[in-house]
Design a protein around this ligand. Structure first.
Ligand code: TYD
Length: 198
């Protein structure tokens, strides 16, 4: 089963991914945890260019995220799924559609098409979208901000709107959850969504 976590920076998706991984591992399931951009040697190098480099043109940005993802699918995701593991991935195609397609304005369809080509059509079985208002998410961000996190509030609000558009388009796959719920309650709901999709 292929599960992805999506949401704005500050929505708590990384913590929730870890909690689900711990819960499934404790039940004896083989779980593989990974993240995007990154997850492979090439992907981590691309991540560095994207998050800590200088100016990146919008289509260069979309293409770099897609390149990292193509490598990730081939090297990590497909082999793990073939072994029967539960694959938990922090961000995937929906991030590119929300951030590059909608927030950067490159277009939902064009960025979705680019990514579907890059991943050979592989979409998750379940996507947990941790929804949170952009200003609240912004106030929860700690530490030094990367290039994307330094974008203004309207960029992050457009990304949030992009996620809502995706949830309406893929209602079976994308489960929308209120990221402001207490973490343990959110973890319960995520586990429930996992069980009902497996
Ligand atoms: P993330 O791994 O969530 O950052 P962190 O390690 O700081 O938690 O993602 C880094 C940034 O990249 C995030 O601001 C969202 C952005 N991003 C895109 O714009 N498009 C994409 O396809 C992906 C995967 C991430």
């Amino acid at each position: 089963m292929f599960v992805t976590f999506e949401g704005l920076d500050g929505s708590g998706k990384t913590t929730q991914l870890r909690l689900l991984a711990e819960r499934l591992t404790a039940k004896g399931q083989t779980v593989v945890v990974t993240r995007e951009p990154g997850g492979t040697e090439l992907g981590e190098a691309i991540r560095d260019l994207l998050l800590h480099g200088g100016n990146v043109a919008p289509w260069a940005e979309a293409a770099l995220y897609a390149a990292s993802r193509a490598q990730h699918v081939e090297e990590v995701i497909r082999p793990a799924l073939a072994r029967g593991a539960v694959m938990l991935c922090d961000r995937y195609v929906d991030s590119s559609v929300a951030y590059q397609g909608i927030a950067r304005g490159l277009g939902l369809e064009r960025v979705l098409d680019l990514n579907l080509a890059a991943v050979g059509g592989l979409l998750p079985d379940l996507t947990l979208l941790l929804e949170m208002d952009a200003t609240v998410a912004d106030s929860r961000m700690t530490g030094k901000r990367d290039r994307l996190e330094r974008e203004d509030a309207s960029f992050h609000a457009r990304a949030a709107a992009g996620y809502r558009e995706l949830a309406a388009r893929f209602p079976e796959r994308i489960v929308v959850l209120d990221a402001t719920l207490p973490p343990d309650e959110l973890a319960e709901r995520i586990h429930g969504a996992f069980l009902s999709h497996s």
